[in-house]
Design a protein around this ligand. Structure first.
Ligand SMILES: Nc1nc2c(c(=O)[nH]1)N[C@H]1C(S)=C(S)[C@@H](COP(=O)(O)O)O[C@H]1N2
Ligand SMILES: [Mo]
Length: 181
């Protein structure tokens, strides 16, 4: 009984230590993952490579509060007081190439982060549904640059049911791709 109790204490201490070193790793990794520019590539007339200052010249979109909920349903806090630009406006400034009337309906927009994380939007979702109103590439919180845990540029889809998955930290690129003929 006594031995078992000690074992449990030991296990808890070990897990605690592992947790601490993991947290330290995560924060030093975050620094390496920080992005300061975002590209817009693929099926666009004018590919873009934008710094934060360039994003600041597009029409601003502010979000007061978005709860962050993981794919699992777990609560991850919230994003508050962020400023960015709608992904739709960013894509309009690059001009999507869609010569056939039906091309846009076959297109997806892929957001990639510097850690390899990727999420997908459909053209219809962004340009022909209420979801698109809340998809924002953001670069300021409380009027300040984003911290290393998010990069300097991130993305969120505020109208999602579970907002964690399409909260893309360390955003690096946006690619437009027609996925069916
Ligand atoms: N670049 C990047 N962004 C990401 C992820 C990721 O692995 N990489 N995971 C997503 C998921 S599923 C969630 S729930 C939150 C987790 O962020 P947190 O660990 O800061 O709570 O980030 C989201 N954004
Ligand atoms: Mo998640």
């Amino acid at each position: 009984m006594r031995l078992k109790g000690l074992r449990i204490v030991f296990a808890v201490l070990t897990l605690g230590a592992a947790g601490t070193s993991f947290a330290a790793d995560a924060s030093s990794n975050a620094k390496d993952l920080v992005t300061t520019r975002v590209t817009v590539t693929g099926a666009v007339e004018h590919p873009l490579d934008l710094a934060v200052a360039d994003l600041g010249r597009l029409p601003p979109h502010r979000i007061t509060e978005v709860p962050l909920i993981c794919q699992s349903g777990a609560n991850r806090g919230k994003l508050e007081n962020i400023r960015g630009v709608r992904l739709r406006d960013l894509l309009d400034s690059a001009t999507i190439v869609a010569p056939d009337h039906n091309d846009v309906k076959k297109m997806v927009i892929i957001a990639t982060a510097s850690d390899g994380y990727k999420v997908v939007f459909s053209w219809s979702e962004l340009f022909n549904s209420p979801v698109g109103d809340g998809v924002v590439v953001f670069f300021e919180r409380d009027g300040m640059p984003l911290a290393d845990d998010e990069g300097r540029i991130a993305l969120v889809s505020a109208a999602d049911i579970r907002t964690g998955p399409r909260h893309v930290k360390w955003l690096q690129g946006i690619e437009v791709r027609k996925i069916v003929d």
